[in-house]
Design a protein around this ligand. Structure first.
Ligand code: SAM
Length: 283
């Protein structure tokens, strides 16, 4: 047998310290009637805990060997889908189980944390809340506020669709094999209803409802604003808008021409987007 174990495939670090399992599950605020979609149940350490707190758990696991083990262990208790989470249609899944929204839990495979977050937020309408274990540094980016070092596009994306909270630090020793990084549990309360409405609740804007297409256009705009973090908005927005137009928009919002995206919250980025669009359509 080799004394040099291969690096774990598919980001497999299984929760071994079940005291953390209990702490995680009690931080989730699960409801007795929840359908929980579990991303990567692995060997089922969290699955059995989730089953004690929710009505139903559906596991989505990519590793066929683990799927076989899980199916044996949870036969008749939790269906296990052999699938890549990035290809799962959560809306169809909810429909199949007769629910309008589900709870998403996952001790995520860290190598695809960001694609998973993007994928999940595409289905924000059918998610009530989420609890996701991720690498500490990514958790910091998700909850970061403007002006702080980790603040960026991922922060805006997460905070546009949800209220994320970093609730628990989990040390490497809680997993087998231990990852090289610290982990964090982040809970997400998905904001329902129109996003612009939720932004205005934060005192940002009294604007009309945005369509899903406008929301996507806004998030693409934010991505461009952060294209090169150290550059000014004037430079980053160059491919889309003339300098004069950006200068005018910044000026009308009381922002400096040297403003950078990293200093602006949703409360400023959204009005900037809407102002530039209005100018674009010649209003
Ligand atoms: N939930 C288990 C636990 O806490 O012990 C395992 C967590 S482990 C960090 C990540 C799990 O996600 C592994 O079981 C891995 O096989 C699975 N996985 C990796 N990529 C996946 C994907 N694209 N779709 C679904 N599951 C995936």
């Amino acid at each position: 047998m080799s004394h040099h174990p291969k690096p774990p495939k598919l980001g497999q670090h299984f929760l071994a310290d079940l005291r953390f399992g209990e702490r995680i599950v009690s931080a989730l605020d699960l409801r007795a009637d929840d359908l929980v979609v579990e991303i990567g149940p692995g060997r089922g350490a969290m699955t059995s805990l989730l089953l004690q707190h929710a009505k139903q758990v559906v596991g989505i696991e990519l590793d066929s060997q683990l799927v076989a083990e899980l199916e044996r262990r949870f036969a008749g208790r939790a269906p296990i889908l052999h699938a890549d989470i990035l290809k799962v249609d959560l809306a169809a899944l909810c429909e199949r189980y007769g629910v309008s929204t589900c709870f998403v839990f996952g001790n995520l495979p860290y190598y695809i944390t960001s694609p998973i977050l993007h994928h999940l937020f595409r289905f924000h309408r059918c998610i009530r809340a989420m609890g996701l274990l991720m690498q500490w540094e990514v958790a910091e980016r998700v909850v970061a506020q403007p002006g702080s070092r980790p603040y960026g596009y991922l922060s805006v994306l997460a905070q546009w669709y949800s209220q994320p909270t970093l609730v628990l630090r989990v040390p490497p020793g809680a997993f087998t094999p231990p990852p090289k990084v610290q982990s964090a549990l982040v809970t997400f309360r998905i904001l329902s209803g129109p996003r612009a409405g939720s932004a205005s609740r934060r005192g940002a804007l009294a604007e009309a409802v945005m369509t899903p297409e406008q929301e996507s256009a806004f998030l693409e705009f934010v991505q461009l604003c952060f294209a090169q973090k150290r550059k000014t908005l004037l430079n980053n927005l160059g491919p889309l808008y003339s300098r004069t137009r950006v200068q005018n928009a910044l000026g009308s919002l009381g922002l400096k021409p040297s403003a950078r995206a990293e200093q602006l919250g949703i409360g400023e980025l959204l009005p900037l987007f809407l102002t530039l669009r209005r100018q674009n359509s010649g209003e």
